[in-house]
Design a protein. Sequence first.
Length: 301
Amino acid sequence: MTLYRYSFNFRYALNDRQMAGFDPGRAFVEIYAVDTPEGRDERGWTCLDRRTATRSIRVEATDGESAAWARAQTAALDALWTAEQQLVHDLGMRIEGGFFSPGLRRGSGWSAARRRRSRTASRQAFDRLEQRLHDIAERYRPVREQIEPRVHEADARAQEEQARLWKAQREREKRDDRFTELAAQTRWSYRVTESDRTVHVFRADDSTLTTGELIDELQRPTHHLTGYTVHWAAADRAEIEHVSGADFTTWWAVVAPGHWNDSRRIPSRPPTRSGPYIGGHSSYGGGNSCGGGFSSCGGGF
């Protein structure tokens, strides 16, 4: 539900003499819109002042209440339109071109009446308009009083939920920073067994491969490891979980590129990376090979 301020754009149609002594800021009525009215600004002076409209908010209401609120909204808008028509008459003006005039400027559907009105008469016309707007607001007041407490409650809940989401987001960012730092500090090595198409990955303090560089290394097209199973040393997985405070899968989802969502299998490298991660590029190496290709070097995990 959205609160709209319905106001009048007098200055498009009236001159300074007609407007003398009147503050257009007082010519408004605030109405809760059950649905967004369409076309009211094309029928005359009434328009939605969207600068004063709040964000939409969901409130609890029965079908009967919603129907009653919609009827009150329609009645108030119709009364505003009638107030506009009466002001036009009181100022000695008339509408040309029917209800749906394209604009309010002179020559676009509005023309001054033949007889001139004095400043006093214009002031009295606006005084009567203000009284009509006051009456419209008073007739609508019971509906406002029914809706407003629910809007305030719903808005308070929405603010609490937003604060919770912001807090959760900040905690995730701090967690991701810890995960990224751990990934950059951890050094890995690996062995490949061609017989079962498995890559055995384990921590090695004497290695230069960070987690990101290991990711790049295993995806090198020249290594032809796409689809190979990755077997992470159990003790090293446990150490990552202990230091990070999360399970290995959660840690991996943060530090690995988006296309590599399963730490147990090597995917093919996409043409472009699908998201930021802590990886980098390394020199060719870091794995252990025997002979001309990758093969079992013993000591499997």
